[in-house]
Design a protein around this ligand. Structure first.
Ligand code: ACO
Length: 445
């Protein structure tokens, strides 16, 4: 089993006309092909633009640039739609489990019963880490952020699995993708255990993927750890909601790092580093910090005012998205799930949830947020849910990284199988000095 190669059945993007570029300086005209995917806006194919015209495009932050074609995830930001391989995120969150979604992202289809059992077995039997890696953990300061530890440990796996660099071999490629999905919960849980000074807990093969993660994080050798099935299900759903999100910053980082043919473990470490930032996955930690800072409902207007002030760097964390100009469907699912988790753990009254809901209400009625189409994103409610599980805020982004690993490895696999794949190498609009004569040290002012 390597892949259901859907490219063959779904086909390549189709050409559907062209746009004409007129260079008024020279009077020349150039026809640029227009491509249409299976859904979404048409795109102008500029691959030959420089060769034919001598011009580059200029697009800082890639707000208008598609970097690849992909068959994995579809997003319609205006309508608030997210689908993986055609399946709505709402259906996957309700009916599937995370490993099924991993299979879907990696292989193009939901697994049948036999494939599901085989995939689960393969993942389960790769959850242990090389014992030597424990020494790696012990080299970190106890107060290191778990994301720093994860970047280091996942990058270090490239030294433990050097064969994975030979990823054009189907078996080695499959092994690397499965190892990454399998080992990420162990790596994240060990980062947590190290930070609190508790012994590392080995994975257990009789537990589910999410159940195992909770076990490795919260159990201690001195007593039994009972996991509520409702919490396991809620944890699993959080992984599903974070599994993939097309060409976001961390996924694009993984693709770009890998485009040179580098080791996949090292490239996933690069993705973890990118995810860490507060404008991306780090926002879930920042939301909780912000809510704690706001403290009470009467302070909300003050923070809304700060978020709107262009001279103040403060932004409403968990609000806004490059693609969604509507409610992030993942935030809708998580808001409901938050209530369920709080009920399950017996928290009747969570002031931070009340505060978050009030903040959301006020922001969604405010002209500034309405005009800019700023809605809550996936990070807005995930922190409150994870806090209810007992995770410290520093673990929020590692949990995002854990879930997103499925997307990173699937996008990586799709990229290296793409016959058009080449090294990513953007160009620039140079605004520095023009050529000037060298100044010797004794002549410098
Ligand atoms: N609070 C206040 N104003 C905001 C916010 C916010 N959270 N988000 C965007 N804006 C404003 C911008 O100031 C800008 O205003 P202007 O048009 O008057 O200049 C306008 O909305 C457009 O914002 P951009 O920064 O151009 O949007 P961009 O697509 O580059 O950024 C981002 C998207 C980074 C997510 C941004 O909305 C943000 O910083 N949000 C807070 C951090 C966050 O929640 N990140 C998680 C994103 S989801 C994820 O990665 C999983």
């Amino acid at each position: 089993m390597d892949t259901v190669d859907t490219r063959a059945t779904l086909g390549d993007p189709s050409k559907c006309g062209h746009v004409t570029l007129i260079d008024h300086a020279t009077g020349k005209q150039y026809d640029l092909p227009v491509l249409q995917g299976s859904e979404g806006p048409k795109v102008i194919d500029v691959q030959r633009l420089y060769r034919d015209t001598g011009y580059f495009t200029y697009d800082p932050g890639y707000t208008s640039t598609g970097s690849c074609d992909s068959q994995i995830t579809f997003l319609d930001g205006e309508k608030g739609i997210l689908r993986h391989r055609g399946y709505a995120i709402e259906d996957l969150a309700e009916h599937s489990d995370y490993l099924e979604v991993c299979h879907l992202l990696l292989y193009g289809e939901l697994p049948n019963a036999g494939q599901k059992a085989e995939f689960e077995h393969d993942i389960t039997y790769h959850t242990m880490l090389h014992e030597q890696l424990q020494y790696f953990y012990r080299g970190f300061r106890r107060d290191a952020h778990p994301m720093a530890v994860m970047v280091g440990v996942v990058g270090a796996l490239s030294a433990f699995y050097p064969d994975s660099t030979d990823f054009h071999d189907v078996q080695k490629r499959r092994l690397a993708t499965h190892q990454l999905i399998a080992k990420m919960p162990t790596i994240a849980a060990m980062a947590y255990k190290y930070s609190v000074g508790q012994p590392f807990v080995y994975p257990r093969n009789d537990l589910s993927y999410a159940g195992n993660f909770l076990h490795m994080t919260f159990s201690v050798p001195s007593e039994d750890y009972k996991i509520s099935p409702a919490l396991v299900r809620a944890m699993d759903r959080i992984f599903i909601l974070h599994a993939d999100h097309e060409q976001n910053a961390s996924t694009s980082t993984v693709r770009m790092a890998s485009s040179s043919g580098a080791n996949p473990f090292a490239c996933i470490a690069a993705g973890i580093a990118s995810l860490w930032g507060p404008a991306h996955g780090g926002a879930n930690q920042a939301v909780l910090t912000m809510l704690q800072e706001i403290g009470t409902k009467d302070h909300i207007p003050e923070f809304i005012k700060r978020a709107k002030d262009k001279n103040d760097p403060f932004r409403l964390m968990g609000f806004g998205h490059r693609v969604y100009k509507n409610y992030d469907p993942r935030a809708t699912i998580l808001r409901t799930s938050t209530h369920e988790v709080l009920e399950e753990v017996g928290i009747k009254d969570e002031p931070l949830l009340d505060l978050a809901m009030e903040l959301e209400k006020i922001a969604l009625e405010d002209e500034y947020f309405v005009e800019r189409k700023l809605f809550p994103n996936v990070d807005f409610y995930s922190g409150i849910t994870l806090k209810a599980f007992g995770f410290p805020t520093s673990m929020f982004t590692p949990i995002f990284a854990l879930g997103r690993t499925a997307g990173w490895v699937s996008q990586w696999k799709e990229m290296i199988k793409d016959p058009q794949q080449k090294i990513d190498r953007p160009r620039q609009l140079y605004t520095g000095h023009q050529a000037r004569p060298y100044v010797h040290l004794d002549q410098r002012l």
